[in-house]
Write a protein that binds this ligand. Structure first.
Ligand code: FES
Length: 110
């Protein structure tokens, strides 16, 4: 791992997994990184934990993510398909600790 560069594994809605190399010295959320990498995520609220279309399931590495704030948990509670591994990617800013993170994109497209 180079300084400030981590690799994460992203599974899309079709079950295809790709590796993304992400700089951690930029002030972007995981939602913004995923959109910037070409993944279709509506993010209609602009990243303030109000739409849940940036929903991801964390398959590996959840322990290295920051604990969710109440507003994230409240929004996840409204999702019928959320479970214990669910997070809102707009609320996640990755650090060097998150090298190897595995996620699955779950956010709705409507
Ligand atoms: S972008 Fe709306 S909740 Fe994350």
């Amino acid at each position: 791992m180079e300084n400030n560069l981590i690799t994460i594994h992203v599974e899309d809605r079709e079950g295809v997994t790709k590796e993304l190399e992400i700089p951690t010295d930029i002030n972007l959320s995981l939602m913004e990184v995923l959109k910037g990498s070409g993944y279709e995520i509506l993010a209609t609220c602009g990243g303030i934990a109000l739409c849940a279309t940036c929903h991801v399931e964390v398959l590996d590495g959840a322990d290295n993510l920051p604990e969710p704030e109440d507003n994230e948990l409240d929004m996840l509670d409204t999702l019928p398909d959320a479970d214990d591994d669910s997070r809102l990617s707009c609320q996640l800013r990755l650090t060097d600790e998150n090298d190897g993170l595995k996620i699955r994109i779950r956010g709705s497209l409507q």
